[in-house]
Design a protein around this ligand. Structure first.
Ligand code: ADP
Length: 545
């Protein structure tokens, strides 16, 4: 027997319609690419979203078409999210930090018909344009006064397109399973693969992200600043979740350096923020050097890569900010686990609490987790058994877009997705990522976790950044090499770094060598590129050989 409840489809325009109706005067503040701070209300945003939907229709965009964006976190990008999906087309957010060959690959693979780009990316697109086969038109996201000279064929101006359109648009009654957006993985683990989100998955993920334990605790009392780019898994869903909750939204544009972020966090009295560790380490550097304190920030979500203990400690002790460590993936919309502490742990000592917080958190409602060994056998959640993490849930991909080979490799017969992350789960449900499967170091038949070593090294006062890779070793198979960037002005020695690690990791985990470099290679999402690092140190001879 079916229930007798309305079968109203979950569609993304409903999120912004809600904000316009019930939080109409709440602000969306953006640091514009042109320079000044731009502010308007959800009501005004919605009026422009309807103009944009009319403009897209006039351009000939039809249901199912892919329309790409190459843009920073700003109000025009926010408008595109809703207008493109709302008319039934698919918003493909391109990560401009990908290598040029990868951008060409994904634009052609997605068969994007139009690309909307910030002025910052015009030159990049000009250099790639001849290779972007199916693209019929480029729209520059600015006004007539800032329109750049460009060789892009028939480049259009965003504001000019909107000017002549009406402020009303009748959204089509789409099936909630209609595709709404497309995002490619950054290729940390190979060729980029497309995750194709639906209206339903996006709305469900948004509602989940608003809740207190599940992610970032959004509400109409909150001001949220996504410091993770909108071209990287929808800034972790915040541009959708903020209007759904009535939170004030602050979009930082192109500037994610410590000083620029600090300015916005203070001026706009931001209470909640989210981003990758690299961004937060930059903010901490700035705060240390300037002596400034964070006066309004309450909650900081950190994820995308492991958050070092030292980062958690410094934000908590020096700035009174609650750190929530989270884990997710492009294929998961992206939130999978978050680490808001259960009440029963509040009485623990600060150090004991942080030992829990440095783990990647518990599954959020809606996400099922299991760990399996090489043969696919389930392992217990005892905090000790280590295996590959598999996930299932309503906002997790069930296949890659037009990529049967990648799909066959990552999804099993029961519908579980293999994350490629190697983890343990404790009886409380806390997940601890020990590595990505291919980054583990196998020494004498036993695994060494590169993440654990990196986290320990990150606590060294003279090191700005550290990465560990496996180097072939005639006796042990593989041994760890630590590649580190010294902090400005510091001159650490390899021996001192190894000494520092002695009481933090098992003796046989200690790196066989430490190499200092000026800079580590990063991927398009700000993670250390182990792929590049392995290439650079291919054939490296360890002194222990
Ligand atoms: P890509 O796969 O291209 O690197 P994603 O953003 O989808 O881009 O990366 C997801 C991966 O990032 C996860 O599978 C995991 O390896 C890593 N990751 C995400 N959050 C964390 C975290 N809090 N700690 C450790 N690793 C993380």
């Amino acid at each position: 027997m079916h229930g007798l409840m309305m079968d109203t489809p979950l569609l993304t325009p409903s999120l912004i319609v809600y904000a316009a109706d019930y939080h109409g005067d709440t602000e969306v503040v953006s640091r514009s690419v042109e320079g000044p701070i731009h502010r308007y209300s959800y009501r005004e945003a919605y009026a422009r979203i309807q103009r944009l939907a009319n403009a897209l229709t006039r351009l000939g965009v039809r249901e199912g078409d892919r329309v790409a964006t190459m843009a920073w976190n700003g109000y025009r990008h926010f408008e595109l999210y809703f207008a493109i999906s709302g008319i039934g087309a698919i918003c493909h957010t391109i990560n401009p930090r990908l290598f040029h060959e990868q951008i060409t690959y994904i634009v052609n693979h997605a068969e994007d018909r139009f690309i909307f780009a910030d002025i910052t990316f015009v030159e990049l697109l000009e250099s790639l344009q001849v290779r972007l086969g199916a693209v019929e038109g480029y729209v520059i996201m600015t006004d007539a006064a800032h329109m750049p000279e460009t060789t892009l064929p028939d480049a259009m101006c965003y504001e000019t397109l909107l000017e002549r359109e009406a402020e009303e648009f009748a959204w089509p009654a789409l099936d909630e399973n209609t595709a709404s957006a497309l995002c490619y993985t950054s290729g940390t683990t190979g060729r980029p693969k497309g995750a194709l989100y639906s209206h339903r998955s996006t709305v469900l993920h948004s509602l989940s992200v608003c809740t207190v334990d599940n992610a970032i605790a959004l509400s109409s009392r909150v001001t949220v600043l996504p410091a993770v780019p909108m071209f990287h898994v929808h800034a972790w869903g915040i541009p959708y979740a903020a209007p759904a909750s009535g939170a004030k939204l602050v979009l930082p544009g192109a500037r994610l350096d410590g000083e620029s972020l600090y300015e916005l966090l203070e001026d706009e009295r931001v209470t909640h923020t989210a981003g990758v560790p690299t961004v937060w380490l930059g903010l901490l550097d700035y705060l240390r050097e300037s002596g400034n304190k964070l006066n309004h920030l309450e909650d900081l979500l950190v994820g995308g890569a492991a958050a070092p203990l030292s980062l958690i400690r410094e934000f908590e002790e020096d700035h009174g900010v609650n750190i929530v460590h989270a884990w997710g993936m492009t294929e998961m919309s992206p939130v999978g686990t978050t680490g808001r502490l259960k009440r029963k742990f509040e009485s623990l000592s600060p150090e004991a609490r942080r030992e829990i917080k440095r783990k990647q958190g518990r599954a959020i409602y809606g996400v099922e987790l299991k760990i399996v060994d090489d043969r696919g056998t389930r392992l217990p959640h005892d905090g000790k058994s280590v295996g590959q993490l598999m996930v299932r849930g309503p906002w997790i991909a069930r296949a890659y877009y037009k990529d049967p080979d990648a799909t066959a490799a990552a999804f099993d017969d029961e519908g579980w997705f293999a994350t490629g992350d190697v983890v343990n789960i404790d009886p409380e449900g806390h997940v601890q990522i020990t590595d990505r499967a291919k980054d583990l170091i196998k020494s004498g038949g036993e695994w060494i976790s590169s993440i654990d070593l990196e986290n320990a090294a990150a606590g060294h006062p003279d090191l700005a950044e550290a990465a560990v890779i496996a180097i072939a070793h005639p006796k042990w198979g593989e041994r760890p090499l630590l590649v580190a960037v010294p902090r400005k002005g510091a001159q650490p020695t390899g021996a001192a770094v190894v000494d520092f690690l002695r009481d933090k990791v098992a003796k046989w985990w200690l790196p066989d060598d430490v190499v200092f470099v000026d800079e580590l290679p990063h991927t398009a999402t700000g993670k250390v590129s182990k792929l590049k690092l392995r290439e650079r140190f291919a054939g490296y001879k360890l002194p222990t050989e």
